[in-house]
Each structure stands twice: as structure tokens, then as C-alpha cells.
Design a protein. Structure first.
Length: 220
């Protein structure tokens, strides 16, 4: 089997970076390009909460308080999603703690960890301008890619809103939490020789090209 010029290699990727660094956008582009499964733990939790599953009910309390969901619950939601594409996956929003990074490293054969670096001030500005469709979850940005009609989703006509955790106080909390808990993972993956750091202040297509070059190198 051959695909994407990588000689049939299964891609097990992680994309990391501060909120607002464009992780989701880049992960979507990578998934299209390499036909990967995009696994976003935050999105999975929102789905469980919307459907009021047992897992969703427990996760809801942590998320609405601005806290991380306990690792055991995160592993559960992750394991139920893995393996839906034979070409591999990209993890977005996972890992977020050292036990999660260790679990991933020990149980899955990681190909590469892409770290999108962005200064706090730029991240805050980007987060404050982020919007999402309340119906289909399509993402928008009032500065970079606003919906054609203010407050209305281009794709489904749903209401475009600010997510509760993109409100100013919640943004501050998430930045602190990122620096406290997630940034150390960068060092962990660097030590394992898996980390590639990319400047996330560049244009979307420039960043995408750099990521693709790194992925293509895996097949050589
Ligand atoms: P996100 O949309 O990625 O910011 O995720 C929304 C919320 O889901 C976070 O604020 C956390 O409470 C929870 N969450 C998502 N991914 C994880 C994870 N890997 N570990 C713990 N909690 C998570």
C-alpha cells in the first residue's frame, strides 16, 4: 500500500501549542492531505456533554470550572476513538499532562510531535477573536476569517458565537494552565527526539508547508 508518497507508513502525530496557535486549522489541513483521523479531545468531550453520556456528565464539571479532566477519563475517551483510519491519526489537545505524555509514548508508536510556538500576547489576541458555530462547530475568526454574514455560519446557517472558554477571564486561566502543565511536555518529546518546533506567527500556508516537509521526511 502506498499513499501520500510515504510508502505506507502509519502516521501517529501529535500537534501541540498554546490555544490560538492554529493547531486545529493545521491539523485539519494535515488530515486532508494525508487522510488521517483528527482526534480532538476537547471536541470529544463537548460531544459527550451534548449527548449527556455518563462520561460527559462527569467531564462537564471539570470543564466548566476551567480545569483539566482527570487522566483516566481522557484515556477512556481517547481509546474509544483511536484506529478509525488505517493511515493514522493526529492528536490535537492531547497530551496535556506529563502522565498523558508518558502514556502516549509508552503505548503508541509516535511518529512526530509538531509544536507550534506563539507568543502569549498574540495568542490572547487570536483567542479573543475566535468564534464557533453553535450548530455544526465550524470555526471562525473575526480578524482572519469571519463568517460572510456577521453572526451566521457560512456552512449551516447556525448562530456563530464566542465559546464560553474564549471569554477574557477563561482565556487568562487557559494561558496559565498551558504554561504550568503543558509546556513541560515540549522538553519530554524533545528528549525523545520527536519534537519539531514551528513558528506559528507565520501565514497558514507557510506553516502547513513546513509541517508537510517534516512529515514527508518520515517516508525517506
Ligand atoms: P479544548 O477545546 O481543547 O480547550 O478542550 C476543552 C476542555 O476539555 C479543556 O479545557 C479541558 O477541561 C478538557 N480537555 C480537553 N483535552 C484534555 C486533555 N488532554 N486532558 C485533560 N482535559 C482535557
Amino acid at each position: 500500500m502506498d499513499f501520500c508518497g510515504l510508502g505506507g507508513i502509519m502516521l501517529h502525530l501529535v500537534i501541540m501549542g498554546i490555544q490560538g496557535s492554529g493547531k486545529g486549522t493545521q491539523a485539519d489541513l494535515i488530515c486532508d492531505r494525508y487522510q488521517l483521523q483528527h482526534i480532538t479531545t476537547g471536541e470529544l468531550f463537548r460531544k459527550h456533554i451534548k449527548e449527556q453520556t455518563e462520561l460527559g456528565k462527569i467531564a462537564q464539571g471539570y470543564i466548566s470550572a476551567g480545569n483539566l479532566v482527570p487522566d483516566e477519563l481522557v484515556f477512556k475517551v481517547l481509546e474509544s476513538e483511536m484506529g478509525q483510519s488505517e493511515k493514522g491519526y493526529i492528536l490535537d489537545g492531547f497530551p496535556r499532562t506529563m502522565p498523558q505524555a508518558q502514556y502516549l509514548y509508552e503505548n503508541y508508536d509516535l511518529s512526530k510531535v509538531i509544536y507550534l510556538h506563539l507568543e502569549d500576547a498574540v495568542a490572547i489576541e487570536r483567542m479573543a477573536s475566535r468564534r464557533v458555530c453553535s450548530q455544526c462547530q465550524a470555526g471562525y475568526n473575526t480578524l482572519l476569517f469571519p463568517p460572510k454574514v456577521d453572526g451566521v455560519c457560512d456552512k449551516c446557517g447556525g448562530e456563530v458565537i464566542t465559546r464560553a472558554d474564549d471569554e477574557p477571564e477563561a482565556i487568562k486561566q487557559r494561558i496559565i494552565s498551558f504554561h504550568n502543565e503543558t509546556e513541560v511536555l515540549k522538553g519530554f518529546f524533545q528528549e525523545k527526539g520527536l519534537l519539531v518546533e514551528i513558528d506559528a506567527s507565520q501565514k497558514i500556508d507557510v506553516i502547513q508547508k513546513k509541517i508537510a516537509e517534516e512529515i514527508d521526511r518520515l517516508g525517506k
